[in-house]
Each structure stands twice: as C-alpha cells, then as structure tokens.
Design a protein around this ligand. Structure first.
Ligand code: ADP
Length: 515
C-alpha cells in the first residue's frame, strides 16, 4: 500500500459515525441519571451547593484566589451589573519547599500573606481603614459584615465538597505533598490564616473551575439568559450544568451523612459531572489500537477514558502513536530519507533521534491545530513545524498530507465526542422541549432565554484554537434526532474566559445570598 492509502486507512479508524454519536448520547444520559442517584457511579455528578447562575445584573466588589499547580493567583473583581467587569490580579509562584512543607499551616499562611499583600497594593484605602477600625473596635473580627470581601477559592485538587464553602482534601496531586492537610477542610485552613492576619476577607465559596466557567459565561452572555452548561476542553475536559434539585436524588443521603443544610429556594443546583470518566468500561466509546496503547501506558489505565479521547493532554499523543505505527510498517515510506539510498528509500528516516515523535507525550496537541488549519501550498506550514519542533527534516508534501489526514481525523472524533456530552445534557434537561415561541419567563432562569436559545459556555485551548471544532460539534448535533436542524440553531456556544477569576467571584456572590 502507498503512503496515502495507509494514512487513509488509519484515519478511517478514527471515524465516529452518526449512529455512534446517538449510541453515545443514550449512554451518557443513562450514566447522568445513575450518577444523580448514587455516589461512586461512573459519572460522579457531584453536587456543588451552588444553587443559582447569574444573569449579568449582579454588582459588587469580590475577591478570588486560585491555587492551581505552580502559581497562586489573587484577584479582585468589580462586577458592573451590565455583564461587564474589571479585574485586578497578581500572581506568585508557589515556592517548591512549601509544596511539601511539614505542616499545611506553612502553605496556607503563605497564601494568606499573598492576600494581604494584594489588599495593601490594590485596595490600600480599604485595607488601612479596616486596620484602623480593627484597632478601635471590640467586635470579634472588628469588621462590619458589609465591609468584608467575600472570596471564591478555586482549589484544583481532589476535594470532597460538603457545603458551598466546605470541602475536605482527598489527596494532593501535581507535586504537592503535605500530609496533615489530607481530610481537612481547605476553606477553613485558609480562613484561619486570613483571620490570623486580621484581614477583612471571608472565604465564601470553594470553587471548581468548570463551575466557574459556567458562572462566568452566565454573567457575560448576551441578554439575560442563564447559561445551561459550562464545559472545558483544555488539558482535561469536564462540564458542569444546572440541574433540577428533585433529580439529584442522592442529595438526601449525602445530607444525612454530613448534616449540612442545603438551600432549596431556587429548586436547582449546579452539578459537576466529572465527565472525563464517562464510559470508563468502554461500552460505547470508540477504541482504536492507539487509544488502547495510550491508556495502557498512562499513569491511570482504565480511568478517564472519555478524557483520553477528547482533551488536549491526549490528542497529540494519539497522533504520535499513529505516526509511530506507520513508521514501523516495513513498506510504508512515511518520513523516508529519500537521499540516503536510491534503492532502499525505507532504510532510514529523516527524523532526529531526540525528536518528540519518539517520546511519550512528545507531540503537542497544538500541532493538530496547526496542521488541520494548514492551507498552504504543499502543506509548507506543516512541514516547517515538523522540522522546527519535531526534528523531521525534509518531510515531503506527501508525508505532510498523510500526517494532516490522521491529525484531522483525531480532532474531528474529539469534537464529535464532545458533542455527545453537550447534547446529552441539553436533551436530559429538556431544554429544547419548549418551542422558541412558547418559552416562558421561568425558562430564563433555567438556561433558555426569550428566543428559546440554549446557552453553553466553553473554555480551553482545544475548543478555542482547533479550527472547525465548533462546526464539527454542530454537525453532530444535527445528526441527533432529538436536536436536529432546528434544535442545533437554538444552541448558542460562546467562549467563557476566566472561570477562576470572575466565575469564582460570582460563586462567592451567590454564596453570600444564601447565608
Ligand atoms: P488548562 O486546561 O491547563 O487550563 P489550556 O486550556 O491552555 O490550559 O489547555 C492546555 C492544553 O491545550 C494542552 O494539552 C495543550 O497541548 C493544548 N493546546 C495548547 N494550544 C493548543 C492549540 N493551539 N490547539 C489545540 N490544543 C492546544
């Protein structure tokens, strides 16, 4: 077989038909229901205790902090009440030593100190007047309630959330390792250190980044529409959506165990699906030999199977494995060194020994975006990138076409799988049931606006930069009978930036209303 035929054959392995999409949607809806009923299901469906989404009219000054992996971000957000906001922020690297400090107090007092520095620098007036008042006031903290900054705390480590500002650390990841923090409430640890510095700050909400994305989009989306779903397609993938409280049947049991009160006034709660682990047992997900090998050689085989087919961390690796497969095929002339020997073009390749193509995780997903979007003659841009970034000298146009064909197939499959998750949530929440012309007032709060539009917020480099990602999602929507041509037109997808800033602030705002 020639190179073009081989590439076509590999690309075909990544095809994900309309029938597959529909099977996927059906299974996703089944797993959503299962997850709402019990803990420990494949789709975790985690209650977030956030019971309302904003509509853009919210006002006020809030704080947000974000402890991700390498940095600690502190910001203040002024919500103007007209879907816009101003954001002031600072960022510090977490000292390595603190990541494995002896006690969690060392880490959290460092974080509180950064909050203090931020207040001094950016809200000096506010800060000093509080300090003066504290010295002359005998009440416990020395601040009047209305003078306290409410803060949303984005904490990107696994936590068991049991209230809007309560969650215990399950385990550290990303190089952190502080034993005594495990099992403790991370909001309380931060609050203690904030109080030790007498800062006018209340940790009002523990924030998951996907929920932040949903809130940020809901605040800034056009019109007064509430957003239905916030979805991330970046390093990983996940989604959070607005669910009817009565459908979250496992809440009662959780409540009995934790004794926490739940605000039932809106009749809704945002649910963090943790959809990266959709269909871990591969009952409907596609599975090529490249998917299989990627999973087996990953740190968590059998887990996050949906994420391993959809998100930025994995798509480059899938392409790398498909390329390696072609390279190993005896009769396939991919990247053959045509100068090395007139008679045996396959004897050597023109790839540098230290090329990322030979290393696990060595091919970045941004390469898929580059080659998929390459319209240059002879795929010059793809060839140049292969040369500069991956040590492939003198790739031919035919080589580049083969690589592009497979990369595009991997990207398209990822987008169609993303459509499965989004469509399932739109269908399961009945958002398209009411025709546009009979949408009621109540629908506005439920993620359907006056024009019957269902609003979805997305974030992450993959959805932002991979060309055609949204078009592929829409094509799949039209192939799902419950959505179809008409439904697809009513689904609006918009980028939601800064979930851990403005999104976290909005969660703090909603939390304030509850207490
Ligand atoms: P995070 O999800 O970590 O907050 P991003 O949304 O930037 O950050 O996602 C990073 C992931 O996106 C990485 O896996 C990276 O390989 C991938 N990525 C970065 N740039 C692009 C691009 N132009 N096209 C597709 N994927 C990209």
């Amino acid at each position: 077989m020639g190179l073009a035929d081989e590439a076509k054959r590999v690309a075909a392995e990544f095809e994900y038909s309309a029938e597959d999409v529909n099977k996927g949607v059906k299974e996703f809806i089944r797993e959503m229901d299962e997850g709402l009923g019990k803990t420990g299901a494949m789709l975790s469906q985690i209650p977030t205790y956030v019971t309302a989404v904003p509509n853009g009219t919210e006002k006020g000054l809030y704080m947000a902090v974000d402890l991700g992996g390498t940095n600690f971000r502190v910001c203040s957000i002024q919500l103007h009440g007209n879907s816009t906001f101003s954001l002031t922020q600072s960022k510090v690297a977490i000292p390595r030593a603190l990541m494995s400090a002896k006690t969690s107090k060392e880490l959290f007092s460092f974080l509180a100190k950064q909050i203090e520095n931020f207040l001094k620098t950016h809200h000096g007036e506010h800060y000093h007047s509080h300090i003066r008042r504290r010295l002359t006031n005998s009440t416990e903290r020395g601040f009047r309630d209305e003078e306290i900054f409410s803060l949303g705390f984005t904490f990107s480590f696994p936590v068991n959330q049991i209230g809007i500002n309560k969650g215990t650390l399950i385990r550290w990841t990303k190089g952190f390792d502080i034993h005594d923090a495990i099992g403790k409430d991370v909001c309380e640890m931060l609050q203690q250190e904030i109080d030790a510095l007498h800062l006018p700050v209340r940790v009002a909400a523990l924030v998951n980044d996907t929920v932040g994305t949903l809130m940020a989009r809901s605040y800034s989306s056009p019109g007064k529409t509430g957003t239905l779903l916030g979805a991330i397609f970046g390093t990983g993938t996940n989604g959070a959506y607005v669910e009817k409280l009565e459908k979250v049947t496992k809440l009662k049991q959780i409540q009995e165990e934790t004794g926490e009160e739940i605000d039932e006034s809106t009749g809704e709660m945002i649910i963090n699906t943790e959809w990266g682990s959709f269909d871990n047992d591969l009952s409907v997900l596609p599975n090529t030999p490249y998917d299989d090998d990627l999973d087996k050689e990953s740190v968590n085989p059998g887990i996050q199977m949906f994420e391993k087919r959809v998100s930025g961390m994995f798509l480059g690796e899938l392409l790398r494995r498909a390329i390696l497969f072609l390279l190993k095929k005896h009769d396939c002339p991919l990247f053959a060194d045509r100068d090395s020997s007139e008679n045996d073009v396959h004897s050597t390749t023109n790839i540098a020994d230290d090329s990322g193509i030979y290393k696990q995780w060595g091919l970045d997903t941004s390469f898929l975006s580059i080659t998929h979007g390459d319209r240059s003659p002879g795929l010059r841009i793809t060839r140049q990138t292969l040369d500069k970034e991956y040590g492939v000298t003198a790739a031919s146009a035919e080589d580049a076409e083969a690589v592009q064909m497979i990369a595009s197939a991997i990207g398209k499959r990822a987008a169609r799988l993303s459509a499965v998750a989004i469509a399932a949530i739109v269908i399961a929440t009945n958002k398209l049931e009411s025709p546009a012309d009979v949408a009621t007032d109540n629908d506005a709060a439920l993620g359907v606006n006056e024009d019957g539009i269902v609003d979805i917020g997305v974030d992450g480099s993959l959805v932002e930069f991979y060309p055609d990602f949204e078009d592929y999602i829409r094509e799949a929507f039209r192939q799902i009978p419950q959505i179809g041509e008409r439904g697809e037109k009513r689904i609006r997808i918009g980028i939601a930036k800064d979930g851990s800033g403005v999104g976290a602030a909005l969660i703090a705002l909603v939390a304030d209303k509850v207490v």
